[in-house]
Design a protein around this ligand. Sequence first.
Ligand code: BGC
Length: 733
Amino acid sequence: MHKIKLLLVAVISISTLHAQKSMKPSYLDNNQPIEKRVEDALSRMTFDEKVAMCHAQSKFSSPGVPRLGIPQIMMSDGPHGVREEIEWNTWNAAKWTNDSCTAFPALTCLAATFNPKLAYEYGVAVGEEARYRQKDILLGPGVNIYRTPLNGRNFEYMGEDPLLASKMAVPYIHGVQTNGVATCVKHFALNNQEMWRGHIDVQLSDRALYEIYLPAFKAAIEEGKAWSIMGAYNKFRGQHCCHNDLLLNKILKGDWKFDGVVVTDWGGAHDTKEAALNGLDIEMGSYTNGLTSESKFTYNDYYLANPFKKLLKTGEVPMSVLDDKARRILRLIFRTQMMNNRPYGRFVCDEHSNTALNVAQEGIVLLKNQNNFLPVTAGKYKKIAVIGENASRSLTEGGGSSTLKVKYEVSPLAGLKATYGAENIRYAKGYSSGPSVYGRIIEPKENQQKLFDEAVKVAAESDIVFFVGGLNKNHEQDCEAGDRTSMSLPFNQDKLITEILKVNKNVVLVLISGNAVSMPWLKEVPAVLQAWYIGSESGNAISNVVSGRVNPSGKLPFTFGQKLTDYGAHAFGEISYPGDSIKQEYKEDILVGYRWFDTKKIKPLFPFGFGLSYSTFEYGKISADKKTYASTDEIKVSFTLKNTGSVAGAEAVQLYATQEKAPVLRPAKELKAFSKVFLNAGETTTIELSIKAADLAYYDDKTQTWKLDKGNFVLHNAASAGDIKSSVKIQIK
Ligand code: BGC
């Protein structure tokens, strides 16, 4: 009897527990499908709560639903590290002591690795840092196409080729989002210069839009499944990109079926009705000057706040528009903070340093190495000069919104000292550039002539010179909110390098930049390295490469032209770049980067996809698995690759395609596939690459569809856009 009673009690308590459990609202139940949770949460929200979600509540956050326990969304720049905390309502540093991050290499360097696996590791690591710092959206990656070497933000992007940018962005996004942190792909779209970025109205053909400027965004959404996207500052065909009907409603949310959140760039909204109706979901950063939540002009005065309410109440904007925005924002919250088993992230750890180092080492590009001047092994020289401000300057600071406060940054000078012995090294700055300040230039205080003379003297008294120069993150260099004013090296470096070469021929030039620079001294310099902005591990990565501990394998993600007017964007006068201050026309159309150089037969300084190694690679002849393909077929090509050098190395092999006798203009060739292959000395492998026949199509403006012509195409295996190894003809029937 007693036993039966106990059993009854147990049964009753279990069923009460079940009842309690099932009373939990669906939106709080991790085991429910996201869409059910979204609908449940939405049904409980008031009008005011829904509107509140659509705009900022601080510089980097937007509200959740406090009454329902739905958390606010915390955002952070991106894209190559998690930015320091700033004050709630101002751009001032919050001066926290726990927010010094790992600086990963900027995205040009990631693109230069040509290694999507590394992009995934990078994404996981930077996502872990964001997660640890309690961020829900990391503002990146940036996938705007490299159109002109003057663009101040090229260093944040992935180069000039849509396929390369797509293939590198997708795994980055997957990596970040495994942490329950949303990526925010930016800047959608056509923010390809900083000059007049707030209002310049970009005009271009549909063909250029679909073939060149949209593919990386499309891949980020459709394959990467990015949970948010950031509108660009500029206009496109008359409408600001942050509330652009064609870009956001038709293409992004219509054609690509994007179910995430469109965030403005900071201050990118300009009109309530357009913002409401043309696809914007969260407005950030409007009226950034002096705004506080207590001031006369508050967050409630944002376009998507009180003015939005007004339009909803008068019926000018239907309530379904508000519900759609709220749904998207809720979905993002359930995908991030309220997801099942959200990981906890980690911050500044050996694993992240290793990832940063690996990306840096694989991304550094060896541009020139006359008579195997490099590597310079430790012990070879006793009198070593290191010259150039970038050898000792912090290059993680500055540049605009991607500026980082880092836990540590190994400078190139420190790395070279550790490798070659501090006692063997003399450092001379050679020039100085002043501090990195947003939006203006502060002249340096040092006597430049003195720095110059000292450097030439040190060079003359040394056996070898490592010149570590390039651009930096100052205004009008590689920096947001302004473009460069020329392709030349700034701060008198060309002259300094020329003078150094007169007294010492053994110069290794290490260029730190996210952009191409002209190189009037190139013929005289035996070795040149493009070393990007590579973050915390800079000095280690650079010294590992120059000393031969690491065999370089990076390849250029954009063309280095000889001069500015060699670029398509600069071949049509000011209306093409920078525009007439109101609008601009991309007159070079689809011929961006190597597409322009190759088609117009302009010899670049260094072609797209170019990079040397301490090994040599022998490419076998390319063959295709068939002669004729249907438009729905897959095309498989193969060839052998042999490491004919004496050290292990890696090669990014590239597959380009050319259409013969095309009825429309087609570029001389276009990248269709690539692969990074690691081979020991003497090792041979067979490389197989496959593409879809449909990948050979072009966008037809007239029919507004992709069109694949019947006829002949030629596929080339190549070491760069300037180095085709062999070709095979195929036919599309
Ligand atoms: C930049 C964005 C950045 C945002 C927030 C803007 O000025 O264009 O890329 O994410 O500021 O800092």
